[in-house]
Every structure is written in structure tokens, then in C-alpha cells.
Design a protein around this ligand. Structure first.
Ligand code: NDP
Length: 248
């Protein structure tokens, strides 16, 4: 299952998983966008199960997770990808408690809800003799840098990194791995406004060794790797995929 699997990086992950033969449940709030993504994934030959679900709503997550298990029999992997961007408009001293809370609800509470539903299911499977499972958070390179006017976003993503490290340790005994992917600046709707800003384009793009922004497809390979047996011993890690940005 991929939260936010109807657009952007989540859809890139869902496409790659479908192409690799996984049955995929895509979750999002927007019915039209979800229907379009479902259509596209089906046309690639994928087995797709769309769910309309606001992942900040714990009851809705538990309902959608139950429906997903009912549809597929079991859930082998959970990508907590849905999230909100920072915007970068408001300074820290103007940040309202409501903005701060909304960011943590979108990025961190949502991961708590979906990972807990998935982990409970995977642990029960392990106790019934079928160990294994993958928890993957889509965090951000923004967790590693001080980005002005975006402290709430960076803090929520750093917390996601801490979450997967702890889950990787706690759940290893059940054969469950937990990792985070940290994308760099990527061309999706979330970043569209930022990329349209000439000042940003001039300052940031030349700093990326690959000289381009990431695309949703750039995160498909790591998603397939994490869902495969090849990653069985890889856990509690935060993998940066940013075209080299954080190395210079
Ligand atoms: P997009 O805006 O393209 O997609 C966001 C996705 O999340 C949509 O599918 C949206 O679907 C879903 N979503 C958002 N909020 C909720 C919610 N409350 N419940 C359910 N679904 C939700 O953004 P990206 O693809 O760029 O972002 C995906 C992840 O990647 C995010 O966590 C983001 O922080 C991270 N990231 C992005 C970077 C970038 O430069 N683009 C860089 C680093 C990290 P719907 O609207 O239908 O609910």
C-alpha cells in the first residue's frame, strides 16, 4: 500500500511496484485524482485497489487498512508517503500553533497511524508463522538541512527518520524492516510553486550535481528494492536520493 499513491512520488512508487508485479493499494483524498491513477496503473497491467482516505484521520486509516487486507488477504509493505510541503513563506516567529500542528498531523501523525495498522497486521502474521513485512517512510532531504521558513516541515521529517530507526530495531525480531527514503527536490505538484520561482531555480539547480530535479520515477527502484527479498537485511536506515545535493 502506498499513501499518496495517486500523484507525484507516490504514483512513481506505485508505477514501479506494479511493473515489478506487486498488487498495489493506492490511498489519497481526491477521488478524481485517485480514479485517474487507478486507470493508469490498470492500463500498465497492475492489480490496483484504490482507497479514499485522509491519513490524518486515525479511524479512516484503520477502516481503509482493514479493507485493503480484506481485498488482498495480507499487506506485505506499507509506504507512508502522503504528506504536506512547507511552503517556505512564513517565518518561524510568525508560525502559528495551528500551522505547526497541521504539518505534524500530515507528515508524522499519518505515518504513526499507517505504520501502527501495518505493524499490528505484520506482527500478527509473524506470530502465526509468516514473518516479514516492509515499512517505508517517504521523508525528505529537508530533514538534514536547515531550510529557512520551513522548520516545521524539516522537524516533522526528522521525526519520521527517528520513527523508522526505532521501528527497525523493535520489529526486527518479526522479520519486519523499517526504512526511510529521503528524496531531494523533485518535480511534483508539491514543489511546483518553488520551482516556478526564478531565484530558487538559479540558486538551487546549479548546486545539484546531477543538474536536474528528481522525478517520481527516480524513487521507483528503491521502492522495488525495499519490497524485494534483496533488502531483507537492510533496516533502520535513511536512504538519501537527491542527485548528490547533500554531498556538496
Ligand atoms: P504531491 O503533492 O505530488 O503528492 C502528495 C500526495 O499525498 C498526493 O497523492 C495527495 O493525494 C497525498 N496526500 C496529501 N495529504 C494527504 C492526506 N492527509 N491523506 C491522504 N493523502 C494525502 O507531493 P510529492 O509527491 O512531492 O510528495 C510525496 C512525499 O514526498 C511527501 O511526503 C513529501 O514531503 C515528500 N518529498 C517531496 C519532495 C519534493 O521536492 N517534491 C522532496 C522531499 C520529500 P490527495 O491530495 O488526493 O490526498
Amino acid at each position: 500500500m502506498v499513501t499518496g499513491g495517486n500523484a507525484g512520488i507516490g504514483l512513481g512508487i506505485a508505477r514501479a511496484l506494479c511493473d515489478a508485479g506487486c498488487a498495489v493499494s493506492i490511498w489519497g483524498r481526491n477521488p478524481e485524482r485517485t480514479a485517474r491513477a487507478e486507470q493508469e496503473l490498470r492500463s500498465r497491467g497492475g492489480e490496483v485497489h484504490p482507497r479514499i482516505c485522509d491519513v490524518t484521520d486515525r479511524d479512516a486509516v484503520e477502516r481503509a487498512f482493514g479493507e485493503t487486507v480484506q481485498r488482498f488477504g495480507r499487506v506485505d509493505g506499507c509506504f507512508a508517503n502522503a504528506g504536506a510541503g512547507g511552503g517556505g513563506r512564513t517565518s518561524f516567529i510568525e508560525r502559528t500553533p495551528e500551522e505547526w500542528r497541521a504539518m505534524f498531523a500530515a507528515n508524522l501523525d499519518s505515518a504513526f497511524h499507517v505504520f501502527q495498522a501495518a505493524a499490528r497486521h505484520m506482527v500478527a502474521n509473524a506470530e502465526a508463522g509468516k514473518p516479514g513485512g516492509r515499512l517505508v517512510a517517504v521523508s525528505s532531504m529537508g530533514a538534514l538541512f536547515g531550510v529557512a521558513r520551513n522548520e516545521h516541515y524539516g522537524a516533522s521529517k526528522s521525526a519520521m527518520n527517528a520513527l523508522v530507526r526505532a521501528l527497525g530495531v523493535e520489529l526486527a525480531r518479526y522479520g519486519i524492516t523499517a526504512n526511510a527514503i529521503l528524496p531531494g527536490y523533485s518535480a511534483t505538484e508539491m514543489a511546483a510553486e518553488l520551482f516556478a520561482n526564478e531565484k530558487f531555480e538559479k540558486a538551487v539547480k546549479p548546486r545539484i550535481p546531477m543538474r536536474r530535479y528528481g522525478t517520481p520515477e527516480d524513487y521507483g527502484g528503491i521502492a522495488v528494492y525495499f519490497m524485494s527479498d534483496a533488502s531483507a537485511y537492510h533496516t533502520a536506515d535513511c536512504v538519501v536520493i537527491d542527485g548528490g545535493y547533500s554531498a556538496c
